[in-house]
Design a protein around this ligand. Structure first.
Ligand SMILES: Nc1ncnc2c1ncn2[C@@H]1O[C@H](COP(=O)(O)OP(=O)(O)OP(=O)(O)O)[C@@H](O)[C@H]1O
Length: 356
C-alpha cells in the first residue's frame, strides 16, 4: 500500500496563530501589539511542500518569521517536530533551530558579505557543533556547493563576486548544511530571472527527494507554487481562507477569494481583451494590521460589490443572516461552517475558514 499525505509525519502544525509586531503605546507609554496574522492554521508534513500564496501585504512574511521565531507569536501555537515552541526552554530551542531553517528573499541582506562563500555555508556548524567533524568540513562544503550547482572555485569568493541566483544557491546550501527537517522559503526565488528560478525550483525538488526535507514555500507567484507544492494554503488579510492538495485548490477553488486570485493571474496564453469571466478585485489591498471598515457585511475585504454578491451566496447558509456568513469576508460571529461542498480545513483537507 502506498503512503498517503495523511500517513506521513507532521513536521509543523500551526494552530490559531496570532502574530505581528509591536509599536509604542499611546503617548509613548508601553508597547502595543499589532496582530498581522490571526486565527491561522496550517500543517506541513515530512518530505512535502506546502505552498502559501497571497497578495503582497497579506502577512506571508510575518507568518514565515513567526514560524522561525523572528516575530513574536501573541496567541495560538507553533508545534515543530511534536514540541510546542512556546514552551521549549531556550537552550533546547537553540538546538531545535538547526532543524528549522529559513531562506529569505534577498540573499544579499540575509548573508554576511564579509565572509567567503565557504565560511557562509559552514557558519551554522559553529553554532551547532558536532554535525560535521572539523577535518571533514572542507569536503562537506564542497559537497553542498556541488549539490546546489556551484563548483569548488566559488568557495573562496565573496558574495559580491556572485550573481543573484548563485547567492541564493549559497543561501540554500547554508540552510541545508544543518540538515533541517523543515526549510521555510520566503519568496526565495521571486527576485531571480526565469531560467535561474526554474533551476532553483528543480534543485529544491531534487533535494526533497534526496533528503526528505519539508518546505513551507511562500510566494505570491501562483505558477511557481503550482510547480513545486503538494499542498496549497491561500492567505488573505492575515489568515488562511482555503487549503488543500494543490491540484484541488488550483483546479476547483472553493473560496471566492481563491477564485478571484486565480482569475486575476495572467497567463502567457492570454490575449489583450481576453478577460471574459475574470473576477476583478478593485480598490486598495487593505493591510491586515489596519483593515478598513466595509460593506453591509462589515467585511475587511476589497472585493467589488458585484463579485461579492455573485460569489458569496454559496457560502451563506440559506437561513442565515449576515452574521452567519460562513466565510472570511464577514467578521461576524466566528462562524466556521465550510463552504458548500467543502470539508473542514484540517490536515490538508479543504475548506473555507471564517475569521473569529
Ligand atoms: N514592523 C512593522 N511595522 C509596520 N507594519 C508592518 C510591520 N510588519 C508588517 N507590517 C505590515 O503588515 C502587513 C503584512 O506584512 P508582510 O510583510 O507580512 O506581508 P507579505 O504578505 O509578506 O508581503 P510581501 O509579499 O509584499 O512581502 C503589511 O501591511 C505591512 O505593512
Amino acid at each position: 500500500m502506498t503512503a498517503t499525505a495523511q500517513d506521513t509525519e507532521v513536521v509543523l502544525r500551526v494552530s490559531g496563530l496570532e502574530a505581528g509586531y509591536e509599536r509604542p503605546g499611546r503617548h509613548g507609554f508601553g508597547r502595543r501589539r499589532v496582530p498581522v496574522v490571526a486565527g491561522l492554521d496550517l500543517t506541513v508534513r515530512a518530505g512535502r511542500t506546502l505552498g502559501v500564496v497571497g497578495e503582497s501585504g497579506c502577512g506571508k512574511s510575518t507568518l514565515a518569521r513567526a514560524v522561525v521565531g523572528l516575530r513574536p507569536a501573541f496567541a495560538g501555537s507553533i508545534e515543530f517536530a511534536g514540541a510546542d515552541l512556546a514552551s521549549v526552554p531556550p537552550r533546547r530551542r537553540r538546538r531545535m533551530s538547526r532543524d528549522l531553517q529559513m531562506v529569505f528573499q534577498d540573499p544579499y541582506t540575509s548573508l554576511n558579505p564579509r565572509m567567503t562563500v565557504a565560511d557562509v555555508v559552514a557558519e551554522g556548524w559553529r553554532v551547532h557543533p558536532g554535525i560535521v567533524p572539523r577535518d571533514r568540513e572542507d569536503a562537506e562544503v564542497a559537497r553542498l556547493l556541488d549539490l546546489v550547482g556551484l563548483g569548488p572555485e566559488h568557495g573562496p569568493r565573496h558574495l559580491h563576486q556572485l550573481s543573484g541566483g548563485q547567492c541564493q544557491r549559497v543561501a540554500i546550501a547554508r540552510a541545508l548544511a544543518l540538515r533541517p527537517k523543515l526549510l521555510v522559503c520566503d519568496e526565495a526565488v521571486s527576485a531571480l530571472d526565469v531560467s535561474v528560478r526554474a533551476q532553483i525550483l528543480n534543485l529544491l525538488a531534487d533535494l526533497q527527494s534526496e533528503l526528505g526535507v519539508a518546505y513551507l514555500f511562500i510566494s505570491h507567484d501562483l505558477d511557481v507554487v503550482r510547480h513545486i507544492a503538494h499542498d496549497v494554503a491561500v492567505m488573505y488579510l492575515g489568515t488562511i481562507v482555503e487549503q488543500g492538495p494543490a491540484a484541488e485548490v488550483f483546479g476547483d477553488p472553493q473560496h471566492p477569494y481563491t477564485r478571484a486570485l486565480l482569475s486575476a493571474a495572467p497567463s502567457v496564453h492570454d490575449r489583450p481583451g481576453d478577460d471574459a469571466g475574470e473576477i476583478v478585485l478593485r480598490g486598495e489591498v487593505p493591510s491586515p494590521a489596519e483593515p478598513p471598515g466595509g460593506c453591509r457585511f462589515r467585511t475587511r475585504c476589497y472585493m467589488a460589490a458585484d463579485v461579492c454578491e455573485r460569489e458569496t451566496p454559496a457560502l451563506v447558509p440559506r437561513d442565515g443572516l449576515p452574521q452567519a456568513v460562513a466565510c472570511h469576508f464577514a467578521d461576524g460571529a466566528g462562524t466556521t461552517a465550510p463552504p458548500a461542498g467543502g470539508r473542514a480545513p484540517d490536515d490538508g483537507a479543504r475548506g473555507g475558514q471564517a475569521r473569529p
